[in-house]
Design a protein around this ligand. Structure first.
Ligand SMILES: *Cc1c(COP(=O)(O)O)cnc(C)c1O
Length: 403
């Protein structure tokens, strides 16, 4: 086989469909978010980032940077091993305690990313509980899907955010078998939120475990940033709460929070936890500082909600269609991969605005979009500039405007 030719032909297919991924070469500047230097074909220039998942700008927070510098200089660069073999640093232990407290759970367990926490936890639970059946929301994240697939457990996909469909599926399953219901709180592409209480009620009725991915909610929702489950007073009803340290908290790493026995079980059996070098202590120290700050401060959460409302209101005035939802995510709908990429290119080239196009397979074909994530650091002038640019491009490419 001509391997090189095969790879090139596959990539050509992506180009033709307009969904070949081009990474924007960015240099973020601490203290100046959402500004970054874009290193493009025509040399470096300043752009405004409108699609970051560092939702609250905690990646540049002075407390976070100070904690990271302190741990870097104090403990050195790397962790030095897996958690079991020389790689458990005191900063990991403190961070796990903080995360357990954040979610009102007995324990927490750190992973090197949110992806790994989902993959390892779901695959371990579903493969090791004898005869386990997994009920999984149709729009769950790739990391959950891959973890469930790897477990080889029996799987039922229920309609997105649909408690009645979940109930229908549960009724068909032998009541004696262990059951695991997996879903997210905030879905990151449409920005809709799961009916968590209804799912918990059904889980109680059928004796099922619940597993919630709060990746797009931790730091952002709840009085202490404990996610939608905290805001709705439901943390104690969820068996496992999973989150990331990379988005709202601004750094890197993933975790679960659950009972002591659940965390200890996953700690003891999950390959993706056991056999990987633990996070550098500086990352753990930075995450700890970020979580502690967001437990007390409402400033960032309020600032974000204010900016989100402002962007939505301005889009409505100029008639640019966006999906209504109860979260901080503003999906501006384009509905065509090539056009979506072209709009994104024009925003960058002509207006120094960076919003990455979101195409298949991240979203279904025909629902291609620009996913805008306003942060507390976006100014009124930034919003004016964004709306002006979108309005100009919308007219030029002949996309429909709402009434
Ligand atoms: C980003 C994401 C993850 C993975 O988290 P990382 O820390 O970035 O690996 C998990 N779940 C959802 C829903 C996500 O969007």
């Amino acid at each position: 086989m001509d391997y090189e030719n095969f790879f090139r032909a596959e990539l050509d297919g992506l180009h033709r469909e307009g969904r070949y991924r081009v990474f924007a070469d960015l240099e973020r500047h601490a203290g100046h978010f959402p500004r970054a230097t874009y290193h493009g074909a025509k040399g470096p220039r300043d752009v405004t980032v409108w699609c970051s998942n560092d939702y609250l700008g905690m990646g540049q927070h002075p407390d976070v940077l100070a904690a990271m510098h302190g741990a870097l200089d104090g403990c050195g660069a790397g962790a030095g091993g897996t958690r079991n073999i020389a790689g458990t640093n005191h900063h990991h232990v403190l961070l796990e305690r903080e995360l357990a407290d954040l979610h009102g759970k007995e324990s927490a367990l750190l992973f090197n990313s949110g992806y790994m926490s989902n993959w390892a936890s779901l695959s371990t639970l579903a493969s090791r509980l004898p005869g386990c059946v997994v009920l999984t929301d149709a729009l769950n994240h790739a990391s959950m899907i891959e973890g469930i697939r790897h477990s080889r457990a029996e799987k039922h996909v229920f309609a997105h955010n649909d408690p009645e469909d979940l109930r229908r599926k549960l009724k068909t399953i032998d009541p004696g078998r262990p059951k695991l219901i997996a879903f997210e709180s905030v879905y990151s592409m449409d920005g809709d939120i799961a009916p968590i209480a209804a799912f918990c009620d059904i889980a109680d009725e059928f004796g099922a475990m619940t597993y919630i991915d709060e990746v797009h909610a931790v730091g952002l929702y709840g009085p202490r940033g404990g996610g939608v489950s905290e805001r709705e007073g439901l943390s104690h009803r969820l068996t496992v709460i999973e989150g990331t340290l990379a988005k709202g908290f601004g750094i890197m790493g993933g975790y679960i929070a659950a009972s002591a026995a659940t965390c200890d079980f996953i700690r003891s059996f999950a390959s993706g936890f056991i056999f990987s070098t633990s996070l550098p202590p500086a990352l753990a120290a930075g995450a700890l500082a970020s979580i502690r700050h967001l437990k007390r401060s409402q400033t960032e959460r309020q600032g974000q909600q204010d900016r989100v409302a402002a962007v939505r209101a301005r889009l409505d005035i100029v008639g640019i269609p966006h999906l209504p939802n109860p979260s901080h995510i503003v999906p501006v709908m384009v509905g065509d991969a090539v056009l979506c990429k072209r709009i994104s290119d024009e925003l960058l080239e002509r207006f120094d605005i960076y919003v990455q196009p979101i195409n298949y397979p991240t979203v279904p074909r025909g629902t291609e979009r620009l996913r805008i994530t306003p942060s507390p650091m976006h100014s009124d002038a930034d919003i004016d500039h964004l709306i002006g640019a979108l309005t100009a491009i919308w007219g030029q490419v002949g996309l429909k405007r709402a009434a």
